[in-house]
Design a protein around this ligand. Structure first.
Ligand code: NAD
Length: 500
């Protein structure tokens, strides 16, 4: 896999947009794409300006109007989605290597988790539309009421850098399954895998021209041109809360909707009756997988005081033992941060935590290298009000608080601007169900770290977002619900304007 890196370092790739079945010429502003493990340029992205965004949106609109996709039979759409699933798996090794090169996420994770999941999204939605249907209501005598779901039109799909292919593949699969066309905008920091996926789909001729389109570039240029475009019908966005708010502002002007998968600061609560070894495994994964750069990271830990000494000592020892290094090395557990800004951000949180009275249990420093490596960090705090417990750090950085009482820990867990996931570690079923009700989050995970089930909806409350991704959540996002009410009989109607 290291060959892969040297090949791209000596011959950086050129990344451009794609519209109406053709890749754009590399004319836009050139932005280097960096390998965060070495700090070297591995590709050059040519930014899509307003005119290029117009072209991509027009291609999606034409393809939607002309109807080869929205009007295709479910069987045809299923065939295409299955073909994309197969194509991703056929290229899994290469796509995983590109993802690792661009994000710094360990190759064993991109290969074994991200890639299968990216592919599975297409298979899941292909199967879902075969069973999915509308609704019929017959309760009103003399009437039959139908609810049908129609494609919404042109979807703008804007993704983040922390899981570029997996997260955007879910949006693409959902949007396409329900008959929409789309314009995809990856993060300008991590455009490599989606650009390659577009090449693969194009080479295999899986979709009619214009059904999928790609624009690349920075948020304030390409992202804004796309999300404020008058001819898109919705935005499905995954990224930071502030960006989500800006996009919602742009959408409000056109009275359009958007689905927002935003940040998190998820509590992970370890009760004294939990299987402590398993809770430790889960807390380590929840804090440090994906280099800790996960929206659903369960990195705000609460540990019951009866088991706190044992748990905190083991968590600290294991954090110090994490293997940080080259993400292509199979032994590596933590790769580099995405960029220098993220390294500086972590350092500022260590300083802020110490300044506000937290104790540094592990890490806290930078690792000298050409890449962006930091030491995995744990800080203990006796207050949930500290910035390190309230703000999303998006790094291998866990905070630990102790607690003595269920009501008290629920209040502290819910004391957050975010509400994405709540993790509960307990052997008590009644307690697990009670917490499932009382945690103010979109998802509650009991005795398991990160777990997604596409049949359920994933999304957040409060500043963690709007809408849910997954079977019916994605249908709500990517379709318009239409009601048709039919009179089955012809009872006499009041005859206005006849004098009777
Ligand atoms: P970001 O908000 O900086 O960028 C996300 C995308 O939005 C990028 O493609 C960017 O170019 C684009 N963008 C930026 N400004 C824009 C604008 N004004 N208009 C339109 N587009 C714009 O987020 P990021 O730093 O790439 O990703 C990290 C964030 O994403 C974290 O907060 C994380 O929690 C969140 N995230 C959430 C989920 C979830 O499912 N809830 C999943 C992954 C990541």
């Amino acid at each position: 896999m290291k060959d892969f890196r040297s090949k791209l370092m000596s011959n950086p790739q050129t990344i451009t947009g794609y519209a109406a079945g053709a890749f754009a010429a590399p004319t836009g502003e050139a932005i280097p794409v960096i390998d965060p493990a070495t700090g070297t340029t591995v590709a050059v992205l040519h930014e899509s300006d307003g005119a290029e965004v117009d072209t991509a949106v027009a291609a999606a609109r034409d393809a939607f109007r002309a109807g080869p996709w929205a009007g295709a039979s479910v069987a045809d759409r299923q065939r295409a989605l299955h073909a994309i699933h197969d194509a991703i798996l056929e290229h899994a090794e290469e796509l995983a290597a590109l993802e690792t090169l661009n994000t710094g996420i360990p190759f064993i994770q991109t290969k074994n988790i991200h890639l299968p999941r990216a592919a599975q999204n297409f298979r899941f939605f292909a199967e879902f539309i075969n069973q999915d249907g509308g609704e019929v209501f017959t309760q009103e005598p003399g009437y039959m009421s139908l609810v049908t779901y129609e494609p919404i039109g042109v979807c703008a799909l804007i993704g983040p850098w922390n899981m570029p292919l997996g997260l955007t593949a879910m949006k693409m699969a959902g949007a396409l399954a329900f008959g929409n066309t789309c314009v995809v905008k990856p993060s300008e920091i991590t455009p490599l895998t989606l650009a390659r996926l577009f090449e693969i789909i194009d080479a295999k001729g899986i979709l009619p021209p214009g059904v999928i389109n790609l624009v690349n570039g920075r948020g304030h240029v390409t992202g804004e041109a796309l999300s404020a475009h008058p001819d898109i019908d919705m935005v499905s966005f995954t990224g930071g809360t502030e960006t989500g708010a800006r996009i919602l502002g742009a959408l409000a002007k056109g009275i359009k909707g958007g689905a927002m998968e935003l940040g998190g600061k998820s509590p992970s609560i370890v009760f004294a009756d939990a299987d402590i070894e398993r809770a430790l495994d889960g807390a380590m994964l929840g804090s440090f997988m994906n280099n800790g750069q996960m929206c659903l990271a369960g990195s705000r830990l609460f540990v019951h005081e009866q088991v706190a000494d044992e748990f905190i000592a083991a968590f600290t020892t294991r954090t110090k033992a994490l293997r940080v290094g080259d993400p292509f090395d199979p032994a590596t557990e933590i790769g580099p941060m995405i960029n220098a800004a993220q390294v500086a951000r972590v350092a500022s949180y260590v300083e802020s935590g110490l300044g506000q009275g937290a104790t540094l249990l592990a890490g806290g420093g930078q690792i000298e290298s050409d890449g962006f490596f930091i030491e995995p960090t744990v800080m203990q705090s006796n207050s949930n009000a500290l910035a390190i417990c309230q703000e999303e750090i998006f790094a291998p950085f866990a905070t630990i608080q102790t607690f003595s009482d269920e009501d008290e820990v629920i209040a502290r867990a819910n004391d957050s601007a975010f509400g994405l996931v709540g993790y509960v570690w307990t052997a008590d079923l009644e307690r697990a169900l009670r917490l499932s009700r009382r945690l103010a989050t979109g998802t509650v995970l009991v005795n398991t770290p990160i777990m997604r089930d596409l049949r359920t909806g994933f999304g957040g409350v409060r500043q963690s977002g709007l809408g849910r991704e997954g079977a019916k959540g994605s249908r709500a996002m990517f379709t318009e619900m239409k009601s048709t009410i039919i009179a089955l009989e012809r009872p006499a109607l009041p005859r206005m304007g006849t004098g009777n």
